[in-house]
Design a protein around this ligand. Structure first.
Ligand SMILES: Cc1cc2nc3c(=O)[nH]c(=O)nc-3n(C[C@H](O)[C@H](O)[C@H](O)COP(=O)(O)OP(=O)(O)OC[C@H]3O[C@@H](n4cnc5c(N)ncnc54)[C@H](O)[C@@H]3O)c2cc1C
Length: 392
């Protein structure tokens, strides 16, 4: 029978390569980067050498030309070791690189993708604002048409890779802004680059609960002049590009949850054999068995759902919001619960850094918020399911 999780030899080889890199290069710094709230830029750039930063991009533009399943594999494997670094990877490779590859034109692709695929330039995507997150159309950032382009004014909040350290901006961003008051038809997408006058770092956000190895920033736009050639797609067409990219974003965030859950299951499973209590290994006790067995079954259920959706997802279209929301809704909470059980199985040792499960538990929580909150997924899915009274 075909392997759902590694449908081709290429996928299998990719998984082996990313796992090897994650265990040998990423693992040694993961705990330290979390503690120091440091984005490891040098390590991040190595992902470019491995072909991972442009994993879904055409080879003509410096990418590896792979599919959504490959993107899921990369996120799952990296996240098992360092979800913080993986979040930076996702913001760059999915929210910037794949987004531009799918929604930009050839001039924009040729101009910006090779550096982004190699890791020379670090990118991100700016949708959320200080006053509007879930309510995307309530955003206040505007782009006013002027001679030769647009003037962008506003602020974006929670932007992963917005800064690469305490003081320096990331290099290039896809920024959503309003070009009209016409609801969804008034939203447009722009490329904003470091060095453009009026574009600056508001603040690097510190003291996050988790995902501390990725940077999160507020970015400020003061009458930033963006040339016409940096408009992505047509004016007023950004909702379509947003939908197209959100499906892959949610799928890969779900894949990150799978990595977290797998690692936590491995840790608690091993510990339950090694640790003895009342003369028996922990795994002899029914309550511990429940933590381990339910975690494994839930992880496998989530994994099957993610890979089934990934196998069907086409990068250049959209239309499967029920399941791209569904995988994230299920897997994010599954990962948080599995990490929680791992801490419980390890007792006091789970509550401190040594076994990593406390870090993974903190990181897992973000996945219920970023890329759409669980409540947003429930809202979207219930709305879309109204049109599907019979499930096949
Ligand atoms: C670490 C981190 C990294 C991030 N990276 C990025 C990034 O790179 N780019 C980017 O654009 N954004 C990013 N985000 C922002 C993220 O996508 C938003 O935080 C998220 O969409 C929620 O928006 P909000 O924080 O404004 O919460 P709000 O939208 O204000 O929601 C607050 C609460 O109200 C609930 N709520 C809101 N509306 C409804 C409703 N209609 N029905 C029921 N409940 C509702 C929400 O579910 C939530 O529980 C990041 C956030 C974090 C924390």
């Amino acid at each position: 029978m075909a392997d759902l999780f590694n449908p081709t030899e290429e996928h299998l080889a990719l998984r082996a390569m990313v796992r090897e890199f994650a265990e040998h290069d990423v693992e040694p710094q993961a705990c330290r980067s979390d503690r120091e709230e440091r984005f490891n830029v040098e390590l991040f750039r190595k992902l470019g050498e491995l072909g991972l930063l442009g994993i879904t991009v055409d080879e003509r533009f410096g990418g590896s030309g792979m599919d959504a399943v490959a993107a899921v594999i990369a996120h799952e494997e990296l996240s098992a070791v360092d979800p913080g670094l993986t979040l930076s990877y996702l913001a760059h490779a999915m929210l910037f690189v794949n987004n531009l590859a799918q929604n930009g034109n050839d001039e924009q692709r040729a101009r910006l993708l090779p550096a982004a695929c190699s890791g020379a330039a670090i990118g991100g995507m700016c949708m959320s604002e200080p006053g509007a997150g879930t309510d995307v159309l309530g955003m206040g950032t505007t782009a006013r048409r002027v001679d030769g382009g647009y003037r962008i004014t506003g602020a974006k909040m929670w932007i992963t890779n917005g800064a690469i350290n305490d003081t320096d901006l990331g290099d290039v961003f896809l920024v959503y802004a309003k070009t009209g008051d016409d609801g969804a038809r008034g939203l447009s997408l722009f490329l904003v680059e470091k060095g453009m006058e009026g574009f600056r770092l508001g603040q690097k956000i510190k003291d996050k609960l988790g995902m501390r190895a990725s940077t999160t920033a507020e970015l400020v736009f003061e009458e930033v002049l963006v040339p016409e050639r940096n408009l992505v797609g047509q004016e007023g067409s950004a909702v379509r590009s947003m939908m197209r990219n959100l499906e892959l974003e949610r799928l890969t965030l779900a894949a990150m949850s799978l990595g977290i859950a797998r690692r936590c299951i491995e840790v608690m499973n091993r510990y339950a054999s090694e640790r003895h209590s009342f003369g028996k290994p922990l795994r002899a006790f029914g309550q511990i068995q429940r933590h381990i067995a339910e975690s494994y079954a839930e992880w496998m259920a989530g994994r099957a759902y993610v890979y089934q959706v990934a196998g069907a997802l086409r990068l250049d279209s959209y239309g499967n919001r029920i399941d791209s929301d569904g995988v994230k809704l299920y897997c994010s909470t599954m990962a948080k619960n599995v990490a929680d059980r791992a801490i419980q199985v390890l007792g006091g040792y789970g509550y401190v850094g040594e076994y990593n499960v406390e870090r993974l538990w903190r990181d897992a929580k973000l996945l219920e918020i970023g890329g759409g909150t669980n409540e947003a997924h429930q809202k979207n899915m219930t709305r879309d399911l109204a049109g599907v009274p019979i499930l096949r």
